[in-house]
Write a protein that binds this ligand. Structure first.
Ligand code: GLN
Length: 475
């Protein structure tokens, strides 16, 4: 086995190895040593060596007894905004100090109960705010495919942990694209489920009406297996849906699909010409395979990003009010009064991007501006939602690029927040509407970096989405 490579990148490979003499403990040791080898990529903030090896030992014992869970052999990373009891969690922020989780996120617990092993917590943009993983208080993550480039964000560490071959799958969170865009930048598969499909209990909130937890993996098969275990109602999260989870069948022939795409996405000047060509080639191929692929109306493409940033920052300013230097985490040593505790602790604890968003969010919620920005934003969200759902009246899927460009160079956009925000132009629609969306690696740009192709489906149509991803793109 060449060094720097995992011998079993997917769950199926891991299973094949386990059917020989190899153990889950071997797999965890191998992952830990690979993580050490690749430390300069800054992917993990911490590996949980002791608890991972203990869990592996338990899984090995269950395998011997013949009652191992469906994810036995799966080595998993979790984004550093997911709580895991007795382990640290920081949202890649200084404000949380050395806070340790008091309980485990439902999504993480369900995977552990299915016998996955949690290897460690991955670096991300602070409070999941960013598109390049350069906003972490603990340094940027490098793209394993080309370390001079970013891995995307905000779940950049999660995507990189899979792309670097350290883990089979990773959990990230997606508020405006933070699973799909880094998946696209690293050549991995990333799924954002329907809003309410996966419990958010134990996810550090950024924008509660947008946030969803979802998986990254090397292929659709592993993505589906992890998704199925996590999905479903949770009494701890009253926004989680009661609807039963449809089983995913990746082998089923999908028949002739009706697929919509948006001309506006291909015609807008900011999209890389090779991304456009690649999308056109996909459209032509799907047509030649007999699917009905046709343009649909996307009202207000240029309003998607502003609407998202108004509403998401409003929610963030409210969610982040709890980090006040008193309840938990960092407290300023300079403070001599209550007001100074708030002011200094928050100024020292939050990074520049998080402060920018708290300011913007507080502004759009303030009296005198509320109706002009927040209330207007809500109305525009509803219009976008209605128009998108109408498209699904006569289409099964919507096809679009994940990102207007492939992975860019580190530091290229750090001085230009607006250019950074525009990275999300093709991903925020799914969060504004609450629909499921997946990013698939579908080819390579002339610059050597992967293209990501995105599919969106109607609410709770994950089974159809994953089936189409596997059958149309062989991903
Ligand atoms: N890049 C977007 C933002 O910075 C999306 C973040 C996310 O999905 N968590 O808000």
């Amino acid at each position: 086995m060449p060094t720097g490579e995992r011998s079993a990148p997917t769950l199926r490979d891991a299973r094949a190895m386990l059917s020989g003499s190899s153990t889950v403990q071997d797999a965890v040791r191998q992952a830990l040593s690979l993580e050490r080898e690749k430390r300069d990529l800054n992917i993990f903030l911490e590996t949980f060596d002791e608890s991972a090896l203990q869990q592996a030992e338990r899984v090995d014992a269950r395998r011997k007894a013949g009652d191992a869970g469906p994810l036995a052999g799966l080595v998993l990373s979790i984004k550093d905004n997911l709580c895991y009891k007795d382990h640290r969690v920081s949202a890649s922020s200084r404000i949380l100090g050395d806070f340790t989780s008091l309980f485990t996120a439902t999504a993480v617990q369900r995977l552990i109960d299915a016998d996955a092993v949690v290897l460690g917590r991955t670096n991300c943009d602070e409070f999941a705010m960013g598109s390049s993983n350069e906003n972490s208080a603990f340094g940027a993550v490098k793209n394993p495919l080309d370390p001079s480039r970013v891995p995307g964000g905000s779940s950049g560490g999660a995507a990189a942990s899979v792309a670097a071959g350290i883990v089979h799958a990773a959990l990230g969170s997606d508020t405006g694209g933070s699973i799909r865009q880094p998946a696209s930048f690293t050549g991995t598969v990333g799924l954002k489920p329907t809003y309410g499909r996966v419990s958010r209990y134990g996810l550090i909130a950024f924008a509660s009406s947008f946030d969803q937890i979802g998986p990254f993996a090397h292929d659709v098969h592993d993505t589906a297996r992890v998704y199925e275990v996590m999905a479903g109602h949770d009494p701890h999260d009253n926004t989680s849906s009661q609807r039963p989870v449809e089983p995913v069948d990746l082998e089923r022939e999908p028949g002739t699909l009706r697929i919509a795409y948006y001309r506006e996405c291909l015609e807008r000047p900011g999209t890389d010409p090779e991304v456009v060509q690649h999308m056109q080639a996909n459209i032509d191929r799907l047509k030649s395979e007999g699917h009905r692929v046709e343009p649909a109306e996307l009202p207000m493409l240029e309003h998607l990003v502003p609407t998202y940033y108004i509403l998401a920052t409003a929610e963030a300013s409210s969610n982040l009010a709890r980090f006040d230097g008193i309840h938990y985490g960092h407290r300023s040593e300079k403070a001599t009064s209550l007001e100074e505790i708030y002011r200094f602790s928050r100024s020292e604890g939050f990074g520049a991007e998080v402060q920018r968003r708290i300011l913007l969010g507080t502004f759009v919620l303030s009296s005198g501006y509320y109706d002009a920005y927040y209330a207007k934003g809500q109305k525009v969200r509803r219009i976008i939602r209605d128009a998108t759902l109408r498209t699904f009246n006569d289409h099964d899927l919507i096809l679009l690029p994940t990102s207007p460009m492939t992975a860019f160079k580190r530091d290229a956009l750090t001085d230009d927040p607006i250019a950074m925000y525009l990275q999300d132009i093709f991903t925020v629609q799914a969060n504004l509407v609450g629909i499921p969306a997946i990013s698939l690696p579908t080819g390579t740009h002339g610059n050597g970096m992967p293209f990501g192709t995105q599919l969106m489906a109607a609410p709770f149509q994950e089974a159809r989405l994953l089936n189409a991803a596997a059958t149309l793109f062989g991903a």
